[in-house]
Design a protein around this ligand. Sequence first.
Ligand SMILES: NC(=O)c1ccc[n+]([C@@H]2O[C@H](COP(=O)([O-])OP(=O)(O)OC[C@H]3O[C@@H](n4cnc5c(N)ncnc54)[C@H](OP(=O)(O)O)[C@@H]3O)[C@@H](O)[C@H]2O)c1
Length: 314
Amino acid sequence: MKVIEYDRYGGPEVIELRERSEPQPAAGEVLVRIHAAALNPKDALVRAGKFKLLSGADFPKRMGYDFAGVVAALGAGVTGLEVGQGVYGMINSWKAGAFAQYAAVPQDELAALPQGLDYAQAAAIPLSAQTALQALRDLGGVGPGAEVLIHGASGGVGTLAVQIAKALGARVSALCGAHSAELVRGLGADQVYDYRQTPPSQVPGRYEVFFDVFGNQSFAAIKPLLAARGRYITTVPNARNIRDHLLSRLSPLKQARLVIVRSRRADLEQLSAWVAQGRLRPLIAARLPLAETARAHAMIQGKNTHGKIVLDIP
Ligand SMILES: NC(=O)c1ccc[n+]([C@@H]2O[C@H](COP(=O)([O-])OP(=O)(O)OC[C@H]3O[C@@H](n4cnc5c(N)ncnc54)[C@H](OP(=O)(O)O)[C@@H]3O)[C@@H](O)[C@H]2O)c1
């Protein structure tokens, strides 16, 4: 099979397209014939060695977490899925491996393909949308009537977070570049601010949740914007955010939270239900062939893609 690998941490130039034998599904795993996979900033960060302690020093390494394709074989003990069925999901393991024609994936990390989506659209959902769902619903307790402010609303996570916050019943304000304002309004944001004109800490209003998707704010800076029991939620696991996450848990009032996304079948099924109801649609910024994975990495490192970059797997 064709698969993306690399032999050392470094820039996009370390990425290679190779031929390897297909994996075999172990007990509890599903062998997926992948037709599309999506990029995330995590792919570029891991490749650059930013998470070495977690991703390890064994090479060659594979790449890619988000995928959509067809069940090719079932490992022992897998229930509820059939060979030939369309599936999508996200690989939890740091070993990754979605940028390949086949991957063996734990059964809880995938679900049936959402109704009405093709493989490219489905692959654009799992990591980004589960991040938004787990941040807003699980860490933020967002429900009907909540005031939510999303910073970084036009990117891979943000475009899905705006729609998910609306689906949870929130009133959504969003921060993005001026050139992204129409796009973000079209996704359902009630109010849109340009972060170059209105710094995030000066946005008017009080919020139950400030979701710092872009990740360049802090709990201290955003605290004045939070409602009495409001939550500042960040996507960036740096020392300050981990400290704020741990310390503010003791507070009965405003708290900081760090989201660390996990792939779960139940969450994928919730996302699929919203897709079927017409409440969630992925936005594809670019589609490239698997052989152009290095170019896709260079694009995502630019931090200005609107929606997701998807790789078509031959
Ligand atoms: N902890 C976790 O589990 C987890 C999960 C997923 C993602 N993440 C992290 O979350 C972050 C966002 O991920 P993503 O997939 O949404 O990234 P992305 O798609 O690459 O984000 C691109 C967006 O960033 C916006 N942007 C660029 N400069 C900005 C600035 N100065 N202020 C505000 N927005 C700016 C751009 O908006 P405009 O063009 O409108 O300016 C663009 O739409 C990344 O750091 C990623 O590593 C963490």
